[in-house]
Design a protein around this ligand. Structure first.
Ligand code: FES
Ligand code: FE2
Length: 410
């Protein structure tokens, strides 16, 4: 006879949350810098001919439900709200730019200055009193480590350095000027937690990259807590995050799956032919970036980001870096190594297992009552530390009123 061992999930009363603002922040947190795209993906502005042909050198991205238009003028990237002040259409639907630093709405000719968003002229009503008085929201941008960053917030931005992985600022680090990026169908919080989840190492035991390169990969790390393999980094000014230190907690290489059945990691450190020096530090930083050091091979560091697009999607970005490269030839050799293998192999033969897991969680968390009904276990201690920290230190909660971009078209 079977014994009832638990209350069915949907009848249990949810406990008051210990991370209330995190639960609310399905669209992310304002007042932070986010990576938008790799700088190499936007070249210098082109200009329409005098009939108003469409230009090609603009870029639109939806971040936190806001559709943002980017254009590079004299090397600098500018960003404005991609929504005409007149009747709200998307300027990027048919982008017209009669000068490098303006964008004209294809519908009635409202023409905006790209640098500050101000309405500069109206082609179909040159005396329009709105000229100089209204404009598009203009977003601060910066370019660092080959990435265009945009500030989503209302006040003056903090330094970008407060919102990025601290390793990105190391003086002897070379970051690749390219990387990988894709929109994934899950909420951003699920993605951030997946990347930083010690128990999820289990899904990578059969990742092709692990097998092909004989990468020692634990089944899980248990007993991680503050002072035992985990550090919560919470200074007055950022970066703010959680670190899992090398070999944090107790590593699980072998476990019993059922009576008489044991399961083990495919490769352990010291196994014949196993990749050496591959026990990584993993850390996560506000608003949503991760460092894995080293990965996918000794001496290479992987950076990842999980940027809210809308409630049900995030942009998954990653790039790689190496310390101590002193000559241009060494840098080019590193970039060639990435382009020759890791740029494709890491997302397609390793992190695709993470994407699979995030999308598999969407039903429970994004559309269901997962936040109230989950039953966390020991290795999730680092995830709850992250949730508490973000709930406490994250910026203003992005509301549906801020997130005007249509989820169908975003
Ligand atoms: S909708 Fe843009 S000018 Fe009318
Ligand atoms: Fe993973």
């Amino acid at each position: 006879m079977s014994e009832v061992i638990d209350t069915p999930p949907n009848t249990r009363k949810p406990k008051p949350s210990s991370w209330p603002r995190y639960i609310e922040a399905e669209l992310g947190f304002r007042d932070h810098w986010y990576p938008a795209f790799f700088g190499a993906e936007l070249t210098e502005a082109d200009i329409s001919d005098h009939h108003g042909d469409e230009v090609s050198n603009i870029r639109t991205e939806v971040l936190l439900g806001e559709r943002i238009l980017f254009r590079r003028v004299n090397g600098k990237v500018y960003a404005v709200e991609d929504r005409c002040r007149h009747r709200g259409v998307t300027l990027a639907a048919r982008p017209e730019c009669y000068t490098a630093d303006t964008i004209t709405c294809w519908y009635h000719g409202f023409t905006y200055n790209i640098e500050d968003g101000k309405l500069a002229t109206v082609i179909t009503d040159p005396q329009c009193p709105h000229i100089g008085r209204i404009g598009l929201h203009s977003y601060p941008t910066e370019e660092l480590a080959g990435i265009v960053w945009v500030y989503i917030g209302d006040d003056d931005p903090p330094p970008l350095a407060a919102d990025i992985q601290p390793e990105l600022l190391e003086a002897d680090l070379t970051v690749a000027p390219f990387g990988w990026s894709k929109v994934v169908n899950s909420n951003w919080r699920i993605a951030a937690e997946n990347a930083f989840d010690p128990g999820h190492a289990y899904i990578h035991r059969n990742s092709e990259l692990v097998i092909e390169n004989r990468v020692p990969t634990v089944l899980s790390n248990t007993n991680i807590k503050r002072g035992n393999g985990m550090e919560v980094v919470d200074p007055e000014e950022g970066p703010i995050g959680v670190r899992i230190e090398r070999a944090g907690g107790t590593q699980v290489w072998e476990a019993v799956a059922a009576e008489g059945v044991s399961i083990g990691a495919r490769f352990r450190p010291g196994d014949p032919g196993a990749m050496e020096g591959m026990v990584p530090d993993v850390s996560i930083w506000l608003p949503a970036g991760v460092t894995v050091d080293p990965f996918p091979a000794p001496g290479i560091m992987q950076f990842e980001w999980f940027i809210p697009v809308d409630r049900g999607r995030h942009r998954y970005m990653m790039t790689w870096a190496k310390r101590g490269l002193t000559t241009e030839a060494q840098r080019q050799e590193f970039f060639a190594e990435l382009e020759g293998s890791w740029l494709n192999d890491v997302p397609e033969k390793f992190n695709h297992d993470d994407v699979f897991a995030r999308e598999a969680m969407a039903e429970f968390y994004d559309r269901g009552e997962g936040w109230a009904n989950e039953r966390l276990y020991g290795p999730d201690a680092v995830i709850t530390a992250w949730r508490r920290l973000v709930s406490h230190r994250g910026g203003k909660i992005q509301t549906p009123a801020h997130a005007w971009a249509d989820e169908e078209t975003a």
